[in-house]
Design a binder for this molecule. Structure first.
Ligand code: KG4
Ligand code: ZN
Length: 342
């Protein structure tokens, strides 16, 4: 197989973003994301509505990605798609579309694990953009709405989970606390914005215990709930003008929990090249804290640019390229997986 001029179409449809991207030799030419707004009125993703919206959006989104990349369908070398993990109805739309398109173009199909693709987002860049790519082995802290994982990455196809959440994910903790505080959906980015004007030490919340390199966030959510109930008894308008302080304090706690386990993983493995991945890596405090710790401890830090942090197909198209180089193709018999272990 020719390893030059490899054009990959990446398709992502695991949750509430319908996304398509074209990479050429691992460099992103286009990255189109359609975020479904229908869920906002329900305060969370409604699976049935998500799959219907994917069906409506998949053709225009893929067409836009091809047009923006200024290529034609016949140029494509292969199609990479998110097989899982995610909402099964949503995954089915992207998987079926990718299969049909690959079949009609007589090109290979590449399955991608969404969580591994988040990690590979650290290799994603557009034309003319400088990027210091991570060297193997590196540790990746992957923090998203559904997952929180510490992963040892030994190669593009060699990833090992060292620890993960035993209950809620970090993004879920952000979103649930934001909802309790009455912030607009999606809560994580709103909480981040509010926290910028707050004092992170104003209130103290507990660090729930999880064994080894695992994480736990559900106790924090409950602690915030009880804290709010208690404060509201004293002042029914709470948090009122203390909103920024509460947001900053919760954010500080979540980031501290993440950093504690990351430090333990660095200590355990001796690996000091660190990457961040997943939607929560868009969080300003997490980015700043990790960069500061990196400077202090002489760790090499990698953080994807914002557009490759939250769900996108650029990470699928880039991972698809590296899988293409490894001849890692799948058959037309493939089906999506709601749960997809490494
Ligand atoms: O990776 P992602 O886009 O989707 C999943 O695969 O889950 O992650 C979405 C999660 C949501 O929980 C969202 O609130 C959170 O990432 N998130 C943030 C920020 N931006 C996105 N959380 C905190 N601060 C942010 N700036
Ligand atoms: Zn994701």
């Amino acid at each position: 197989m020719n390893n030059n001029n490899v054009y990959i179409l990446g398709i992502e449809s695991s949750c509430d973003e319908t996304a398509a991207s074209i990479s050429k030799d691992g460099v992103i030419l286009s990255n189109v994301v359609h975020t479904q707004i229908v869920h906002a009125q329900y305060g969370g993703v409604v699976p049935e509505l998500a799959s219907r919206a994917h069906q409506q959006q998949i053709i225009p989104v893929v067409e836009a990605a091809i047009q923006e990349a200024k290529i034609s369908k016949s140029t494509l070398s292969a199609i990479a798609f998110t097989r899982g993990p995610g909402l099964i109805g949503s995954l089915l739309v992207g998987t079926s579309f990718a299969k049909a398109m690959a079949l009609s173009l007589h090109i290979p199909l590449i399955e991608v694990n969404h969580m591994q693709a988040h990690i590979i987002a650290n290799f994603a860049h557009g034309e003319g953009e400088e990027l210091q790519k991570p060297n193997f082995p590196f540790l990746c802290l992957t923090v998203s709405g559904g997952h929180t994982q510490l992963v040892q990455v030994d190669g593009f196809l060699e990833m090992k989970i060292l620890g993960q959440t035993i209950d809620d994910a970090a993004g879920e903790a952000f979103d649930k606390v934001a909802k309790m505080l009455g912030l607009e959906y999606p809560g994580g980015p709103m909480l981040d914005k509010m926290a910028r004007n707050g004092n992170p030490k104003a209130y103290k919340f507990p660090h729930p215990h999880a064994p080894d390199l695992n994480f736990s966030f559900s106790g924090l959510k409950t602690a915030v709930l009880y804290f709010l109930q208690k404060e509201k008894q004293k002042d029914p308008n709470f948090p009122g003008d203390k909103m920024a302080d509460v947001c900053a304090s919760v954010q500080f706690t979540i980031v501290s929990i993440l950093m504690e386990k990351l430090q333990a993983a660095i200590h355990q493995t001796g690996i000091t090249e660190i990457a961040l991945a997943g939607g929560v890596s868009a969080n300003s405090s997490l980015r700043e804290t990790l960069l500061a710790l990196g400077m202090q401890n002489n760790w090499k830090i990698h953080i994807p640019s914002f557009e490759y942090c939250t769900d996108n197909a650029g990470m699928i198209a880039v991972y698809g390229y590296y899988k293409y180089l490894n001849n890692d193709f799948c058959s037309q018999e493939i089906t999506p997986l709601a749960r997809f272990p490494f």
